[in-house]
Design a binder for this molecule. Structure first.
Ligand code: ATP
Ligand code: MG
Length: 498
């Protein structure tokens, strides 16, 4: 009875359905993200015209710290609605969504009903955070309970096992977030409208830090932002030396740490620090964990640069292969998933089939052991998209011809050396660009994704769409660099349809 009385049944806030106002709010809270804001404004426009939001639920997908959760908050502010957040990370039990039956000791309503009680109105923006981290075990599948929450056909009469009274969720605006698309259970993904945030480039990070993070952190630590001058080279030093991420969360944490030091100095009577120089950084933040000059872009034998799409965004992978005389064993290390192991085998079979053309020893598969390693072993890696990079590294190791250090590649490989399309090209391209690579070999069919890539990245990189492994080698092997530079344009739609 207490719960029924505590829940909102009719109370609501009036929506502010003004696209211009919404635009201002979104711009006030977040720098950039033009495409994302545009899509959000479309939804707000539709809401203004139709009075209710039909159709799929928004899902913001992107690496950590790119502003998904805080965008959810902004959407609520833009619409003048209340905001409630519900984290789904680690929820394994259906009862956590839908409540326990009252016969159980200590039973409670589920999180949805609890969130509604916190909202105190029937029309909040409810952020279902980290929907890709839903677990499931023998106690039932929370994803199917969530389906009922998100399905417009069903959520008019949502039943919580504890409440046992239908509750109408139809006025709630649901927004979901996730880091990694493939991890969202399929039936849920089907009901979501995906909006992708691919991670920030350096210039965007500068602007976000300058306009949002630094003023916010300084103010939070009792320092008037206007009183502190930051030298121009401080921010680049922090970004390159202290962070390695797609989002800006670590950057914000570092800035906060610096702000604390400044605050302490002020209190200790060292006077208000009025300028921060790059030389002070070691004092403020400790030794930089990353050295931008670590990056090796030189040509090397048996080392290929691959690109991966993980829950942390795009990532540059170094793939190392070494060969020693032996009996033809293939060893793989670096916490690789099964799919990645299979692509290594496929790459090896391709090399064997092409042994003559590549001037490999005929019987290398019997006389040489191959060891494929993908360093920074702690992060699990999987997926077929490193196929061509593994093949290139194997061939380079066997032939002794170096691979170009400024070329990164991504693509699945078949036994016959065809190159198949991959996902996450946008994230991968952003990561490649950030790492300083200048050429990216991509599957021919992915050329159609090129327009999605941010302009700065597209201009800073040369893309080489390829159909076969032979073409990959033409671009990537150091020997062919001068004789056969890639000169083709991106394939036309007609060519792709072939
Ligand atoms: N474009 C931006 N403009 C201003 N601030 C931003 C921007 N992007 C991110 N931030 C800030 O970065 C911080 C981290 O963002 P947030 O917590 O929303 O990340 P997230 O995408 O939800 O990450 P996770 O997937 O780890 O939950 C927040 O303080 C947010 O305000
Ligand atoms: Mg978040």
């Amino acid at each position: 009875m207490d719960w029924i009385l505590a829940l909102p049944w009719t109370e609501r806030t009036d929506d502010v359905l003004d696209v211009g106002h919404a635009r201002r709010v979104l711009d006030e809270d977040h720098y950039g993200l033009e495409e994302v804001k545009d899509r959000l404004l479309d939804h707000i426009g539709a809401l203004a015209l139709a009075g209710r939001l039909e159709g799929p639920i928004l899902c913001l997908v992107g690496p950590p710290g790119v502003g998904k959760t805080s965008l959810g908050r902004s959407i609520a502010r833009a619409l003048g609605r209340k905001f409630v957040r519900m984290s789904l990370g680690g929820v394994r039990d259906e009862a956590e969504i839908r409540g326990h039956r009252r016969t159980y000791i200590g039973s409670m309503p589920g999180r949805v009903i609890q969130a509604m009680r916190r909202a105190e109105v029937v029309n909040p923006v409810m952020l279902l955070d980290e929907i890709d981290k839903l677990g499931h075990d023998q106690r039932g599948d929370p994803a199917s309970a969530l389906l009922e929450v998100l399905d417009p056909e069903q959520h008019r009469a949502f039943t919580d096992h504890y409440l046992e009274v239908d509750y109408d969720l139809s006025q709630v605006l649901f927004v979901t977030t996730a880091n990694y698309l493939p991890q969202i259970p399929e039936p849920l993904r089907d009901r979501l409208e995906i909006i992708r945030l691919s991670g920030y480039l350096d210039q965007e990070k500068f602007a976000i830090a300058r306009q949002f993070l630094i003023p916010r952190q300084l103010r939070a630590h009792g320092i008037t932002p206007e009183n502190v001058a930051w030298d121009a080279d401080v921010l680049p030093s922090i970004i390159h030396g202290y962070t390695r991420e797609a989002g800006v969360r670590d950057l914000e944490r570092r800035i906060a740490r610096g702000a604390r030091k400044l605050a302490r100095r002020t209190v200790e009577g060292a006077g208000v620090t009025d300028a921060v120089r790059a030389a002070d950084l070691k004092d403020l933040l400790g030794t930089a964990p990353f050295d931008p000059s670590d990056l090796v872009l030189e040509d090397r034998v048996g080392v290929a640069t691959g690109l991966a799409y993980t829950s942390a965004g795009g990532e540059v992978l170094e793939i190392e292969v070494s060969t020693v005389p032996g009996r033809g064993r293939l060893q793989l290390t670096g916490t690789l998933g099964d799919v990645m192991k299979e692509s290594a085998s496929a790459a090896l079979s391709y090399a064997r089939a092409r042994a003559d053309l590549l001037h490999l020893e005929r019987d290398f598969h019997r006389t040489r052991d191959l060891h494929v390693h993908i360093p920074t072993g702690a992060t699990p890696k999987d997926g077929p998209s490193a196929g061509i990079a593994i093949a290139a590294a194997i061939i380079s190791a066997l032939t002794g011809v170096a691979l170009r250090g400024d070329v990164a590649m991504t693509g699945e490989i078949t036994l016959r050396g065809r190159v198949l399309p991959i996902g996450g090209l946008k994230e991968k391209a952003v990561a490649a660009f950030r790492s300083g690579v200048r050429h990216v070999v991509i599957p021919w069919q992915n050329a159609r994704d090129l327009p999605e890539i941010p302009v700065e990245v597209r201009e800073g990189l040369t893309f080489h769409p390829v159909r076969t492994m032979d073409e990959v080698l033409t671009v990537a092997l150091a020997t062919t660099r001068s004789s056969q530079p890639y000169a083709g344009d991106a394939p036309t739609a007609a060519a792709l349809a072939q």
